[in-house]
Design a protein. Structure first.
Length: 319
């Protein structure tokens, strides 16, 4: 009998020891988890949302001083707190159903937009030929009426010219006829005189003086844009409108420029093709984009119908 009691006691002792050992392992695992959290403590809280130390990784650039690092982290935490407060306030003041619907709608728009961008990037031909622009312009001339005065001008920076060279260039900009000695030094290999133009005259002066600066020719712009960007003569607007080939000096904070107006068009006139070229190109590309998406959507539906992925049910009940 005593032997049986001893045996039973031994069995119970082993069972208890096993239970205690298993329990200790579980406790050790739990404590380990807590220690893991201790290594990643929260640094801020807004209501029931926490910002942890691990969230601050990689926000401080390498090589930052301790003072800069502290300032960067502090600004990040302040911004996070403000953002969470706004989100929490918005959640408390907005019906949950409305929010969920808006999120779902936004998600659909985001997915649809990304799909369309993918289709466009893969299929859209962005090359617009000059003949296409010309054809569209000729067919839609009446749609291109100016709502502002515009002018076509050419200009050259003379900021770093000495006064003597600037005077020669100013004369060349204002000239309407070839100088008398043009034929002497401007002949082609065949012996005939090279054609003269005011641009050719300016370039000739620049070449002789070894003056290297871009001569920008025949650029269309709005009158008010030019006058807002540059300081010009008091009577610039009336002179540019009335005098063909009007030359002038323009100044701004960047420097001094010589300019010449080759054409002036008043509001209500038909816009020249050069002025609306970029606008027409955008119109043609938008048309292509719409057609590309229409074809892609048609192919998508056709494929779905062939695979029996679409079904429209009868909305009318049998009477």
């Amino acid at each position: 009998m005593a032997t049986m009691k001893n045996l039973w006691g031994t069995v119970c002792g082993l069972a208890l020891a096993t239970a205690l050992f298993s329990g200790c392992n579980r406790i050790k695992g739990y404590v380990s988890t807590l220690r893991g959290d201790d290594r990643n403590p929260p640094v801020a809280r807004v209501y029931d949302t926490y910002l942890y130390r691990s969230d601050l990784r990689n926000i401080v650039p390498k090589g930052s001083s301790p003072q800069d690092s502290t300032a960067i982290v502090s600004r990040y935490i302040d911004a996070w707190i403000t953002r969470q407060l706004i989100l929490k306030t918005a959640q408390m003041n907005m019906p949950e159903g409305d929010l969920e619907k808006e999120i779902a709608d936004f998600r659909e728009l985001l997915l649809t937009g990304r799909y369309e961008q993918k289709i466009i990037s893969e299929r859209l031909d962005t090359l617009v030929n000059e003949s296409e622009i010309e054809e569209y312009y000729q067919a839609n001339k009446n749609n291109f009426t100016l709502d502002k005065d515009i002018l076509c001008w050419s200009y050259l920076s003379v900021t770093y010219c000495d006064e003597a060279l600037r005077k020669k260039l100013r004369t060349a900009f204002a000239r309407d006829k070839a100088p008398s000695d043009w034929a002497k030094g401007h002949k082609n290999p065949g012996g005939t005189t090279l054609p003269w133009s005011w641009q050719a005259g300016v370039e000739d002066v620049m070449k002789q003086a070894a003056y290297n600066a871009p001569l920008v020719c025949n650029e269309w712009t709005e009158l008010e844009t030019l006058m807002g960007k540059y300081e010009t003569d008091e009577d610039f607007a009336s002179s540019a409108a009335q005098k063909k080939g009007y030359s002038f000096v323009a100044k701004n904070a960047d420097g001094v420029y010589l300019g010449r107006v080759s054409q002036y068009l008043r509001r209500g006139s038909q816009a020249p093709i050069e002025y609306v070229r970029h606008q027409i190109k955008s119109i043609l590309l938008n048309r292509r984009m719409a057609e590309t998406l229409r074809q892609a959507n048609a192919e998508l539906r056709q494929q779905a119908e062939e695979n029996q992925k679409i079904e429209i049910f009868n909305l009318h009940e049998d009477k």
